[in-house]
Design a protein around this ligand. Sequence first.
Ligand SMILES: C[S@@+](CC[C@H](N)C(=O)[O-])C[C@H]1O[C@@H](n2cnc3c(N)ncnc32)[C@H](O)[C@@H]1O
Ligand code: SF4
Length: 449
Amino acid sequence: MPMINDQLLIQKYDRPGPRYTSYPAHPHWKQSPSQSEWLEQVLLRKELGANFDLYVHIPFCSSLCIYCGCSRVITKDMELASRYVDSLIKEWNLYQEKCGPISLSSIHLGGGTPTFLEPSLLSKLITSIKGNKDISWGAVEVDPRVTTKEHCDVLIRNGFQKFSLGIQDFDPVVQKNINRKQPYEMVEDMVSYLRDNGVESINFDIIYGLPGQSVETIKSTFEKVEKLKPDTIAFYSYAHVPWKIKSQKALEKIGLPKAEEKRDLYEEGKRYLEKLGYAELGMDHFSLKDDQLYHAYEKGELKRSFMGYTSKKGECLIGLGCSSISSSGLGYVQNEKDVTAYMNTVNSGNLPLIYGHTMSQQDKMIDQTIQDLMCQGKTDLERVLNSLDDNHVNNIRNTYNEMMSDGLLNLEKSNLEILEKGKPFVRNICMALDPNLKIKSENQFSRTI
Ligand SMILES: C[S@@+](CC[C@H](N)C(=O)[O-])C[C@H]1O[C@@H](n2cnc3c(N)ncnc32)[C@H](O)[C@@H]1O
Ligand code: SF4
């Protein structure tokens, strides 16, 4: 159990804040690039020889998990899925028509549920995108409840080496509370099949802070994790944002753990994982020491993007599909969120961009500093502080001095290092640098703990 001191820290620092999968955080985007400005950014990056990653969003799921904060559409309509795949292919072709051929360093399929698509449709999607080239790295999010051996075969045959399984929790009561029945044996079968077929890296997504979880249930979930030994684990803090996702309100009725209880769940999981030989990398992520995520961390090459932590990150990310976000390193754009509006725009020959952000020099510097803090746990603040006005610099110094006396970090001249005690508060440490947070209302972000 945390000491009283730690409880006070949790009370002091538990507040709404961004997860910084981008800087500026999504609600703070402004100066949206037009379609032609966006394409100019992509072309410029291409001419400079940048590496391109592709993210493809498949929003469909056949049932709703009540906690889910992802961009998803609950449906059984396979005909809709088929038309959607045609639009994805068309969107990719539009990029190639406007920018010339783009060769890809990696493809990431996410959702929603990519394996909602029938295996033949999934195969059509992947082969249309990659043409006759091999993918050097492919990652896919799979829901074990709907993923068949045929799906796995299609993905493996097409070069996908990283499979991320949505587990969330193995406890039957918690599973009932969140409307996600998924027996251990189902996951065990899938992991065996993937291992037998040479998949390089298996990830489990697990969430803490769900109704019905206790230190005991978390321990028993990790006892099952131990038997399957995934290579990496994303141990997410449940993001409760009922003002955005109305269905999450139902979980309040069952009862959500308080901030300190939630932290105990995390500490229990972390202790268990470290005992098993996993290393904690950045925020909420763990890896065995022979996985390439850990190698990237060791070499200081770990990256963070809209897809979470990754060992692979090109300079440019193109997001296909409804709600997908693209990033050129010079700016961001987001696609139309509604499936029908997305398909109509693409089918009329236009990129389905709704808004975005063009990065200033200062944005780029803050972005790099936040990447350093989130991925390496340390940074040199000199350049970023020189780019900010005196008032903001004073506020940052005051905040960091206070965090230093709270034992969260060390600041020597401009070198900042996050200490063990500060790891749970990495979002708060990044937030001190973010000038946008002073002027926006709180109800835009989940809580930091
Ligand atoms: C985009 S979902 C796709 C996974 C896949 N559909 C599945 O459920 O198996 C990726 C992960 O986001 C996480 N997630 C979804 N909603 C969340 C929330 N409100 N708070 C924290 N994590 C969440 C879950 O762990 C989930 O596995
Ligand atoms: S957690 Fe996965 S399967 Fe469940 S609703 Fe969200 S995206 Fe769909």
